[in-house]
Design a protein around this ligand. Structure first.
Ligand SMILES: Cc1ncc(COP(=O)(O)O)c(C=O)c1O
Length: 461
């Protein structure tokens, strides 16, 4: 199996190098085109490596989006990094599975170490326990699971029988994974209270308090309050100190979603915006977003991991019961890839100073984009952009509201159809906005100028 690895690898590197020269960052948005290119025949016999690469070149690479390109600024798609990509190869090569500590001792130990590093990186050394997960959605889900486990320890054996009317509170800007978690945990989406936000898209703490009082008076049981440390739409950071006080007063679990924004706590000029996060019971951060680690890598950080839930089916028996970390006793996952390796590679290779420099650069480029668009007639730039997400729209006084809506929607469609840059859209104040996420240290002012040119061209179609 290993024989030809070296020559195979150099062929792959050459092929990927050649593929860099294309101009589109979004390759195709037409499912039929992709489906018709893919050869659907299942091989009964294997093929040569050369043939495999040639099929890769024909069927797959034409449709690989260039997420790593500075002109790609869609959703919150991190750029990853080449060192992390090498870690991914090594991970695959050794094919570790941390399902039990002894099945991959190093994967399990390294997971704990990198969680400590991530916690230290964002100034939360007391939150050095936790788990690596596939993404922020899984981490948010676990946050609510731990809230339930803390409040209803009997849940492990008896389920949630008798725990009536549990409610959870977050802002109407919180990520949809919170609502999805409500569904998947059996809490019900109607028991999620999405509280209004203020003009900076931060949760209105007075409305939160009133809602809590009203719910308690109606016999409901508030389970958790969720704060945002960088919302998906605009990067807003809730008043985390105030939320901590309210969570304490109402005796709820306090969970903070810092999946995207938390790394910015490292910047002196921004760090106080995150004050209060240290009181949270659980916090999430995605190294695969603004720490440039390749997908997938998210963390849930906790002061102390709740009591393990033991299962030992006969086939997972281990004779040695020494003090071992068994991550499957804290989550639903059993098989676990060696996710920690790419976090370790990235943090070690770049070091925290470089990562902070990258984050600062992304914010500078975001501000540069804002300053360019603000100068363009009829462009409205959302004032609140503390981090590296920018929302903006075309709003011509001579057009009706509907015409402006259509112009922005068509512009987004044109951008996607052409694929020369990639930005996506969102809704703010009930209107369609274009939205760019900057999380790529390679982006230069020249790239931003190019993006602005394409954005303006999309309006003039
Ligand atoms: C604030 C926030 N929380 C959670 C998530 C979900 O993360 P993932 O896409 O890794 O599941 C996102 C994704 O963009 C996010 O922005």
């Amino acid at each position: 199996m290993k024989e030809n690895l070296k020559s195979h690898l150099s062929e792959v590197v050459n092929l990927l190098d050649n593929n860099q020269s294309v101009s589109q960052v979004l390759k195709s948005n037409r499912p039929t085109e992709i489906k018709s290119t893919l050869n659907k025949t299942l091989n009964s016999e294997g093929i040569s490596f050369n043939q495999l690469l040639s099929d890769l070149e024909k069927e797959i690479l034409p449709y690989i989006n260039r997420n790593t390109d500075p002109r790609f600024a869609a959703y919150i798609t991190g750029s990853g990094n080449p060192i992390g990509a090498i870690a991914e190869f090594i991970k695959g090569y050794y094919n570790q599975n941390g399902l039990k500590w002894n099945n991959s001792p190093i994967a399990n130990e390294l997971e704990q170490l990198v969680i400590r590093w991530v916690a230290e990186f964002v100034g939360l050394p007391d939150h050095s326990s936790g788990l690596l997960t596939s993404g922020g959605s899984m981490s948010n889900y676990l946050g609510l699971h731990f809230a339930l486990a803390a409040k209803f320890p009997q849940r492990e054996m008896d389920g949630l029988m008798g725990a009536k009317g549990l409610t959870v509170y977050c802002s109407n800007q919180s990520h949809s994974s919170i609502e999805r978690s409500m569904v998947f945990l059996g809490l019900g989406r109607s028991n999620l209270r999405k509280i209004d936000v203020d003009c900076e898209f931060k949760i209105d703490v007075n409305k939160l308090r009133s809602q809590l009082i009203e719910d308690i008076e109606s016999g409901l049981q508030p389970l958790a309050i969720i704060g945002n440390a960088g919302t998906t739409n605009v990067g807003a950071i809730d008043d985390l100190e105030k939320l901590a006080q309210i969570a304490k007063e109402f005796n709820t679990w306090y969970h903070v979603d810092g999946a995207y924004g938390l790394p910015a706590r490292n910047l002196l000029e921004l760090s106080s915006k995150f004050d209060g996060i240290e009181h949270a019971n659980s916090i999430i951060i995605n190294p695969h977003k603004w720490m440039y680690v390749p997908f997938e890598a998210s963390c849930i950080l906790l002061k102390q991991i709740p009591k393990a839930i033991h299962f030992e089916p006969d086939y997972l028996y281990t004779a040695n019961k020494e003090d071992r970390w068994e991550s499957s006793e804290h989550t639903i996952e059993l098989t676990k890839e060696f996710r920690a390796l790419k976090v370790w590679f990235t943090m070690k290779f770049y070091g925290t100073n470089k990562l902070i420099e990258f984050i600062r650069h992304d914010i500078e480029m975001t501000n540069y984009l804002a300053s360019k668009l603000e100068k363009v007639k009829y462009f409205v730039v959302e004032r609140v952009h503390p981090l590296s997400i920018l929302c903006f729209r075309y709003e011509n006084d001579n057009l009706t509201e509907e015409q402006n809506e259509i112009t922005n929607q068509k512009a987004l469609l044109k951008i996607e159809n052409e694929g020369l840059i990639f930005i996506t859209g969102t809704k703010l104040h009930g209107k369609t906005y274009m939205r760019a996420y900057f999380g790529n240290p390679d982006r230069t002012k020249k790239d931003v100028d190019y993006m602005v040119g394409e954005i303006l061209a999309s309006i003039k179609q």
